[in-house]
Design a protein around this ligand. Structure first.
Ligand code: IPE
Ligand code: IPE
Ligand code: MG
Length: 248
């Protein structure tokens, strides 16, 4: 009861006029969370799903427009095969269980990253999730899966080069907007706020182009322990920042 009141007090401090439109989260620390409990790493991935659910629900309540969750990087294939398989299975399980509820809550599910190389069982659930929720008008949740900022930029360059070769675009007309429009996040605002859990202070290839002017918030909290109050803390921090975008 006391705990809930404290959370409410925190939420009440948020200035609704100055909400970040787009929040990105590097969900890190699942393995360490499990290891601290003497459990295998995958136990932490499973526990992390509860944090995902709470964060999506909270962003909906707070009327955030876009949330990008970093779920699997292009570098995470370096992990043991068993862990990678577990993560893919967990995604399938999560989507098959949660899509109806997300749909009821007016959430749009959108995947960013190279989905084409994923196992078929993942692709089927991903396509279903995107199809079922595509006409919703609430929170857009981008799930960054097999996502790498550099890979995304390489793919954009290739698309742009193809347009130039096909004479659909001239080299002189290439602008920053051309690049933005050829990224997975086209038509979306850049992230205003990026959160990383587990104490690491790096981007690890997350939204490299889009994060040019993002505010960064780091916490030692491990992802499976991340709750609404931490999200609210990050938003309150964000609201104290003076964003200059190079101006004065
Ligand atoms: C984040 O937790 C989840 C993924 C990268 C898939 P980690 O698995 O990286 O956990 P730590 O950083 O090893 O504790
Ligand atoms: C970043 O976490 C990727 C995701 C959260 C999906 P990592 O745990 O892979 O990052 P590094 O290796 O510590 O930089
Ligand atoms: Mg990690």
């Amino acid at each position: 009861m006391f705990f809930l009141q404290k959370e409410k007090d925190l939420v009440n401090k948020i200035d609704k006029e100055k909400l970040p439109q787009h929040i990105g989260i590097i969900m890190d620390g699942n393995g360490r969370w499990a290891q601290r409990r003497g459990m295998p790493r995958v136990y932490g991935h499973r526990a992390g799903v509860n944090s995902v659910k709470e964060v999506i629900k909270s962003c909906g309540e707070l009327e955030i427009k876009y949330l990008t969750l970093y779920a699997f990087s292009t570098e995470n294939w370096k992990r043991p095969k068993e862990e990678v398989n577990f993560l893919m299975d967990l995604l399938v399980e999560y989507l098959s269980k949660e899509v109806d509820e997300l749909n009821k809550n007016n959430v749009v599910i959108n995947f960013i990253g190279d989905i084409s190389v994923l196992p078929d069982k993942c692709k089927i659930e991903i396509e279903r999730a995107q199809e079922v929720t595509k006409n919703n008008s609430g929170l857009v949740v981008n799930i960054a899966l097999n996502y790498g900022g550099r890979d995304e930029i390489v793919k954009a360059v290739k698309k742009i080069c193809t347009k130039v070769l096909n004479k659909e675009l001239s080299v002189e007309d290439i602008t920053e907007q051309t690049i933005s429009e050829n990224l997975h996040t086209k038509n979306q605002p850049d992230p205003d706020l990026i959160i990383r859990t587990s104490g690491e202070k790096r981007l690890s290839n997350f939204l490299l182009w889009q994060s040019a002017y993002s505010e960064l918030w780091f916490t030692n909290v491990l992802w499976p322990d991340f709750r609404k109050k931490h999200l609210v803390e990050a938003i309150l921090y964000y609201q104290t920042r003076k964003r200059r975008f190079g101006g004065i």
